[in-house]
Design a protein around this ligand. Structure first.
Ligand code: G16
Length: 543
């Protein structure tokens, strides 16, 4: 039994995107592909000898094999202990919590989030640092640089490890501790929320449904919603983790959570519906025949949050990604707390949370979270909503409409064109950039463009800067169109168009979002030539 040093040659495509390295399973199955990336992570880090690593994934196809490899590489590289979820499974927020709770050096999450799984699906790997959050760009860039020059990796000779039983075993000098994936996370949720009040709400006949979409949140939701909070058995739909996610696309939105949506729009619909994604960090909140946009959901938490015990201390600030609607900004302004606008990617929230500048964070991409961990957190958002509903004793729809009554409604939609030709997508973006100077002052459909630019960001805490984070077209009346290329897709390019309009007039707040945004949708096509560049007549997904 010993450390083996294996000779390898670099791959040139291991650049982490918005959230780690995501590729087709078949790419990860190439000899040395995973090993190169993992060794590049370890070679980039310093002073972790003898320290603890947290390791787990969302249970998708290839998870077990990858866990086996990473354990052996961690042992050969000098980690002292690895905490791994039973069966190799841990949700992303659970990894973040475990890193923080057990003072680990860092963690590795195996997931491609909401992307489909299975032999022809996607796989992914992400490194999280000691604050529990995704590694900042300074580290991911260094990992990429290293991956292009790697010549060898270290791995312990093959040792039997049983991932299915709780307890300790050893690979060389390293302890492998298999832990219950749910326990620590569920304890944290009990500390943050008023479980008593939620239990009483459910006992009083308030009916809920949670769709785990055959992905990682199944066991978490069963333990918390059914066992601890007393929701009836069957509240958690699709609660068994499958390595192909049941053939589905575990993206909690109106398109991919279609079964849940059908139930929530039925005449006997429950009072509250929610879904999470592959790795448990996203959430969608629904009322009876009512959809809450993620941007409004963040604003609702900011407005009502102090009713939850974990937030009774007050909210010091909020942060949202640039394409997320400005709904929460209005709450922050009125309540006089700070509001930060960051690039897309949860990694940009970490420094603000660490510095105590923000309590709540959110993104339009169905992500909401707080300073309790350093990832977005799907079930946490569900419990937060239930706590608010238990406190307010009213419906989801009424809570959102009350928000609109106070602050005005922000109509919002995102149009995605998935798997378009990469060259065509980048031409579209460069043409927009080339037109910035002439766009200002133009009038389209009666709307005047105030500014066209590309969003850049300098972190107010650590001074790190990042550029080219999305093209913004800002109109004089406050409306916005944002164009971005996704950083999480694995085939072709995904063009995202974010559309937003503020409507302060209560008598105009009842419209369907697509209808209310129809002129902006047309303007987006006029300015960017979407149909012409992509050859598509309509978006693949509208959220
Ligand atoms: C990741 C990031 C999010 C981001 C989302 C979409 O989420 O953590 O911050 O908003 O991707 O990114 P993009 O628009 O670049 O595809 P997840 O849930 O996929 O890990």
């Amino acid at each position: 039994m010993s450390i083996q040093t294996k000779i390898t040659t670099p791959f040139d495509d291991q650049k982490p995107g918005t959230s780690g390295l995501r590729k087709k399973v078949k790419v990860f199955q190439q000899p040395n592909y995973l090993e190169n990336f993992v060794q590049s992570i370890f070679d980039t880090l310093e002073e972790f000898q003898g320290k603890t690593l947290v390791l787990g994934g969302d249970g998708r196809y290839h998870n077990r094999e990858a866990i086996h490899t990473i354990l052996h590489m961690a042992a050969a590289n000098g980690f002292g202990k690895v905490l791994v979820g039973r069966g190799g499974v841990l949700s992303t927020p659970a990894v973040s919590h475990l890193i923080r709770k057990y003072d680990a050096f860092g963690g590795i999450v195996l997931s491609a989030s909401h992307n489909p799984a299975g032999p022809d699906g996607d796989f992914g790997i992400k490194y999280n640092v000691s604050n529990g959050g995704p590694a900042p760009e300074s580290i991911t860039n260094a990992i990429f640089t290293h991956s292009k020059a790697i010549t060898q990796y270290r791995i312990w000779s093959d040792t039997e490890v049983d991932l299915d039983y709780l307890g300790d075993s050893e690979i060389g000098n390293m302890v492998v501790r298999v832990i219950d994936p749910v326990y620590d996370y569920a304890q944290l949720m009990e500390e943050l929320f008023d479980f008593e009040a939620i239990r009483a709400l459910l006992k009083g006949g308030f009916r809920i449904l949670f769709d785990a979409m055959h992905a990682v949140t199944g066991p978490y939701a069963r333990e918390i919603l059914e066992n601890r909070l007393g929701a009836p058995a069957g509240t958690v739909l699709n609660g068994v983790v499958k390595d192909d996610f049941g053939g589905g696309h575990p993206d909690p939105n109106l398109t991919y959570a279609a079964d849940l949506v059908a139930r929530m729009w039925a005449d006997d619909a429950p009072d509250f519906g929610a879904a999470s994604d592959g790795d448990g960090d996203r959430n969608m909140i629904l009322g009876r025949k009512f959809f809450v946009t993620p941007s409004d959901s963040l604003a609702v938490l900011a407005e009502n949050g102090t009713c939850a015990p974990g937030y009774a201390r007050g909210i010091v600030g909020v942060a949202r990604s640039m394409p997320t609607s400005q709904s929460v900004d209005r709450v922050a302004e009125k309540k006089n707390f700070a509001c930060f606008e960051t690039p897309t990617g949860w990694k940009f929230f970490g420094s603000l949370l660490d510095a105590g500048k923000a309590t709540l964070c959110g993104e339009e991409s169905f992500g909401t979270g707080s300073d309790h961990v350093r990832e977005k957190d799907g079930l946490w958002a569900v419990l937060f909503w239930l706590n608010i509903l238990a406190h307010r004793k009213t419906s989801v729809e009424a809570v959102v409409k009350d928000l609109w009554a106070i602050y005005g409604r922000t109509y919002y939609a995102r149009h995605d064109y998935e798997d378009v030709d990469s060259a065509a997508a980048s031409t579209l973006m460069s043409e927009l950039r080339a037109n910035f100077a002439t766009l200002t002052g133009q009038v389209h459909e009666g709307l005047t463009i105030k500014l066209a630019d590309e969003f850049g960001y300098t972190d107010p805490v650590n001074g790190e800067s990042t550029i080219k984070q999305g093209v913004r077209i800002l109109f004089v009346d406050g409306s916005r169109i944002v164009f971005r290329l996704s950083g999480t897709g694995t085939s072709g390019a995904t063009l995202r168009i974010y559309l937003e309009r503020f409507e302060p007039n209560p008598s105009l707040q009842h419209k369907d979002a697509q209808e209310a945004l129809a002129d902006l949708i047309r303007i987006a096509d006029t300015l960017a030539g979407i149909k012409q560049h992509t050859g598509r007549q309509a978006p693949t997904v509208i959220t």
